[in-house]
Design a binder for this molecule. Sequence first.
Ligand code: ATP
Length: 293
Amino acid sequence: MIHIHFIINPISGSGKNELSEAFLGNYFSQEKYSITTKISEYKRHAITLTAESIREEAQIIVACGGDGTINEVASALVNTGIPLGIIPMGSGNGLASNLKIPKQLEKAIGVILRNKYVSIDVGRVNDSYFFSNTGFGFDASVIKNYEESQRRSLLTYVTASLKSFKEYHRQDEIVIEINGTTQMVNPFLIFVSNSNVMGYGMSLTPKASLQDGLFDVVIVPKLPKLKMLVFGLLMLLKRPDFQKEVSCFQAKEIKLFKKSRGYFQSQIDGELVEIPSSSVDIDILQSSLIVLA
Ligand SMILES: Nc1ncnc2c1ncn2[C@@H]1O[C@H](COP(=O)(O)OP(=O)(O)OP(=O)(O)O)[C@@H](O)[C@H]1O
């Protein structure tokens, strides 16, 4: 008997996420599977629910939601050997797209039933894990405006981006240590990605791999408005590297320091996270999460 637990975020994506044990029982036979469903009731609740499922000896834990829900469930599963299943029910569904897990419910269930595993790399920002990407600067500001809008759709994302663009002000200077070099930048955006999709099919790092032990990093300096527009268009075409001011490279570890005291505002897998420190260490834990994909 396989003990399979489903952690469901009822508000992700369209907010119409109902997955009853009776419904799931149509796909997971009673002879082979024992099904438990749990509903998250607030932000970060899925972390507690997953830890509880691990104590209950769940053998597969399925995150039903978007990248934020996957982050919470997967964070509790890193290096446990317990496989993560994914039913994409979010808005952007970046990680599911990279793993080619279909958005159609029955097809996503089919991926879990197929029982094929892959090991993927995990990113770490100080004490937090990420599975898709993390970003500092403009990126974090977009997520802040996106979260404040209370709605989750591509249109809200585009509106949040335009609002952040209008509100944009000079960032504090940041010292970046990467691949043995140290540089001082005044960045518009620092984007560190494990995955090749950001969400909504967009990408700043189309060549990133979840299994190469490396991050794909994009650093965008402050640019004049017209060049920013070009950057936006190149992002839609998945070719940010075409712009000479934009640096794209791979790395295993990145350190950021702020000369001024204070904190970093970041986005981690599409959720706003304030890091109460003037230094940030980002490193990669190779093949540390097992996923059904
Ligand atoms: N019952 C709940 N009420 C409010 N927020 C919740 C609840 N359950 C989970 N959350 C929070 O909802 C947030 C959004 O979840 P998630 O990222 O899965 O959906 P999404 O934003 O629609 O998808 P994506 O990240 O793929 O665009 C997460 O921060 C999660 O902690």
